[in-house]
Design a protein around this ligand. Structure first.
Ligand code: AP5
Ligand code: MG
Ligand code: ZN
Length: 223
């Protein structure tokens, strides 16, 4: 199974991808996490990506597509993938379709997580994440048991540099039109499922599971 989680910054893609990928035996691939990892390692790719990320802009397609295609060609992706944050442009979507098609595979379903923009700002400016295991928290809605310490691995939590309010606004401005364009692209292919991304994370997971079960049945919205 090849699944895409589509949604604006802060929609909950990373939070939900971790749960769903584990349950369904899929490889969770976040291009944002890959770029942050490369930046932390100080590679050329990381330095290049960092420039765009810190301005809230998209990393250029050539760089992003090459990185993603290389990742999904590795053996651990063969059992299925859950894409989080890719594709973000139509060129990326087309490159992905082509690459999967060449090996007789395809995207099965695109889960479009919808959350009002006013909520996204609150979610992102209160986010804390674990640099070691990737766990995601929120200081109000999903706080760790000990302040700023990861429940799962004990590492000190960090805030993302691009979660400052002005950068969040730039990210929303960058992604709004592209997200709609991608929804239309996959809608035409009959693969889009719109899912309400508000409410308790567990409830959102249940709605996403419902949309996955209904994939192919033609039901478009899961509320
Ligand atoms: P990326 O890391 O993908 O960031 P993003 O798309 O902006 O999305 P986020 O990771 O911020 O949000 P999320 O939807 O994962 O939400 P989360 O689960 O963490 O990309 C970063 C940058 O990399 C981009 O800006 C771009 O520069 C570059 N990039 C990446 N991919 C690219 C591509 N394909 N092409 C070009 N450039 C690319 O949740 C957010 C917060 O909300 C957390 O605090 C969480 O605890 C909380 N939360 C989650 N669910 C709920 C809920 N149901 N109720 C209450 N709170 C919740
Ligand atoms: Mg994320
Ligand atoms: Zn951790």
């Amino acid at each position: 199974m090849q699944i895409i989680l589509l949604g604006l910054p802060g929609a909950g893609k990373g939070t939900q991808a971790k749960v769903l990928a584990e349950r369904h035996g899929l490889l969770h691939i976040s291009t944002g996490d890959m770029f942050r990892q490369a930046a932390a390692e100080g590679t050329d790719l990381g330095r290049r990506a960092q420039e765009f990320m810190s301005r809230g802009e998209l990393v250029p397609d050539e760089v992003t597509i090459a990185m993603l295609l290389e990742r999904i060609a590795r053996p651990d992706a063969a059992a299925g993938i859950m894409l989080d944050g890719f594709p973000r442009t139509i060129r990326q979507a087309e490159a992905l379709d082509r690459a999967l098609g060449e090996r007789g595979a395809q995207i099965d379903v695109v889960l479009y997580m919808q959350v009002p923009e006013a909520l996204l700002m609150q979610r992102l400016t209160g986010r804390w994440s674990c640099p070691s295991c990737g766990a995601i928290y929120h200081e109000l809605t999903n706080p760790p048991k000990r302040s700023r310490v990861c429940d799962r691995c004990g590492a000190a939590l960090m805030q993302r540099e691009d979660d400052r309010p002005e950068t969040v606004q730039a990210r929303l401005d960058t992604n709004r039109a592209w997200t709609e364009a991608l929804a239309a692209y996959y809608g035409k292919q009959g693969k889009l499922r719109e899912v309400d991304g508000t409410g308790e994370p567990g409830k959102v997971t249940a709605r996403l599971e419902g949309a996955l079960r209904g994939a192919g049945s033609g039901a478009r919205g899961v509320r």
